[in-house]
Each structure stands twice: as structure tokens, then as C-alpha cells.
Ligand binder design. Structure first.
Ligand code: HEM
Length: 200
């Protein structure tokens, strides 16, 4: 069961990051986003490219940090992956996400949802960094679990969006809701899981 859920996490995170690398590395900007968002993307292309690439790095690197063997046996690799995850993924991805949140499609409710997500992403990353600098391993781990649950919003958002389109909901109505739904349950789940799962 644990192996299956880890496999699913890997599949989803690699799928979304791979999709972002392909779409933003190869195709013209705005090719595959909803037509209502395209003009916005073209007007903020530097922010979009920076955000898509940096955040995708976070999505991939973060996965490896949850392997107990990597943490215990290859500590130097864990540290370097962690530094890159925080400095490139969370810091650059979070600041560009915060910048983009003010232009996001869906009005003030969607913009606030993305802005709070970006703020929490940066804050939890900072707390995780601070904890490990002070040698507080358990605290570091807990902040990292919270932080990656927010990183994973990239995946949940891209599951909810097509599902809501398939269910026949209107994009303009559902997008602002998904701007919150993509991360609030993730944090609740991560908190519950952290407090109930055995520590490895
Ligand atoms: C966790 C904090 C994050 C915040 C606050 C955030 C915020 C945003 C915002 C505001 C937009 C523009 C949406 C619009 O104009 O309506 C966006 C787009 C995008 N974000 Fe994020 N994001 C985050 C995490 C991630 C992660 C981890 C990835 C990794 C793949 C990612 C990949 C993308 C991509 C590829 C787009 C372009 C839209 C698309 O092609 O679907 N984001 N993000």
C-alpha cells in the first residue's frame, strides 16, 4: 500500500512537472491554457516561464527528500537536493507565483487563494530551513511535510480542473474555488498524516 501510494505520488508529480517542461520548453506560450488565460500569460511571459520551470524543479526534487534511505545513507545528496529545492524551487517559484497571483484569472477570490498559497509556501520553506540550521531535525521534517503538501497543489489543481470540466462546471466559476481547493485539503491531509504515521 505504501509502495503503491509512493508510486502514485511519483507518477503524478513527474507527470505534471514533465508536462510543464514540455509545454513551456517546446510549445508557443499559452498553447494549452484555457483561452481566457492566454492573453494574461502573454502579458507576463517572464513571470510564467520563471514560475513554471522553478516550481517544476521543486515538484521533482521534493519527492526524493522523502526517501528514508537517501536521507540516512546519502546525507550530502539530501542536503544539496534540499538547498536546490528551497533556493530554486520554493524561493524563485514562490516569488514568481506571488507576482503572478495578482494577475491570475478568476478575480479577487482566485488571486487571494494563490497569494496565500505562495505566502505559505515561502513561509514554510523558510521555517524548514531555519529549523535545520538550528539542528532541530523533527521540526525541519514537519515544516518540510507542510511545505511539500503546498508544492503538491500543482498536481491537485491539475486533477481538479479537468475533473470539473468533465463534470460540466463553468471554468470561470470553478477556477476561483480551485485556487483554494488545490492546497487547503493538502495541508490538512499532511498535518494528519504527519501526526499519525510512524516516523522513518
Ligand atoms: C505552491 C505555490 C504556487 C503558487 C502560489 C502558484 C501560483 C500560480 C499562478 C498564480 C499561476 C497563474 C495562473 C493564472 O494566471 O490564472 C500559476 C501558473 C502555473 N503554475 Fe503555479 N503556483 C504554485 C506552484 C506551482 C508548482 C509546484 C508548479 C509545478 C509544476 C507550478 C506550475 C505552474 C504552471 C505550469 C503554470 C502555468 C499554467 C498551466 O500551464 O497550467 N506551480 N501558478
Amino acid at each position: 500500500m505504501r509502495l503503491m501510494s509512493k508510486g502514485l505520488f511519483f507518477f503524478l508529480a513527474f507527470g505534471v512537472a514533465g508536462y510543464a517542461f514540455f509545454v513551456y520548453g517546446v510549445l508557443p506560450l499559452g498553447s494549452l491554457v484555457h483561452p481566457d488565460m492566454k492573453a494574461n500569460f502573454l502579458a507576463h511571459s517572464t513571470g510564467i516561464y520563471t514560475h513554471a520551470f522553478a516550481s517544476s524543479i521543486a515538484l521533482i526534487l521534493g519527492l526524493f527528500q522523502f526517501f528514508p534511505r537517501l536521507r540516512q545513507k546519502y546525507t550530502a545528496i539530501h542536503r544539496w537536493l534540499g538547498r536546490t529545492y528551497l533556493a530554486v524551487g520554493v524561493l524563485v517559484g514562490g516569488l514568481s507565483g506571488l507576482y503572478l497571483s495578482q494577475y491570475a484569472f478568476g478575480g479577487p477570490f482566485a488571486r487571494l487563494g494563490f497569494a496565500v498559497l505562495a505566502g505559505l509556501w515561502l513561509y514554510t520553506g523558510f521555517r524548514a530551513f531555519l529549523a535545520i540550521r538550528r539542528g532541530r531535525v523533527d521540526e525541519h521534517r514537519q515544516w518540510m511535510v507542510r511545505n511539500y503538501s503546498l508544492t503538491f497543489a500543482a498536481v491537485t489543481l491539475r486533477l481538479y480542473l479537468p475533473a470539473s470540466m468533465a463534470a460540466g462546471f463553468e471554468f470561470a466559476i470553478v477556477y476561483p474555488i480551485i485556487a483554494w481547493l488545490c492546497w487547503v485539503p493538502n495541508v490538512v491531509f499532511a498535518e494528519w498524516r504527519y501526526n499519525t504515521a510512524p516516523k522513518t
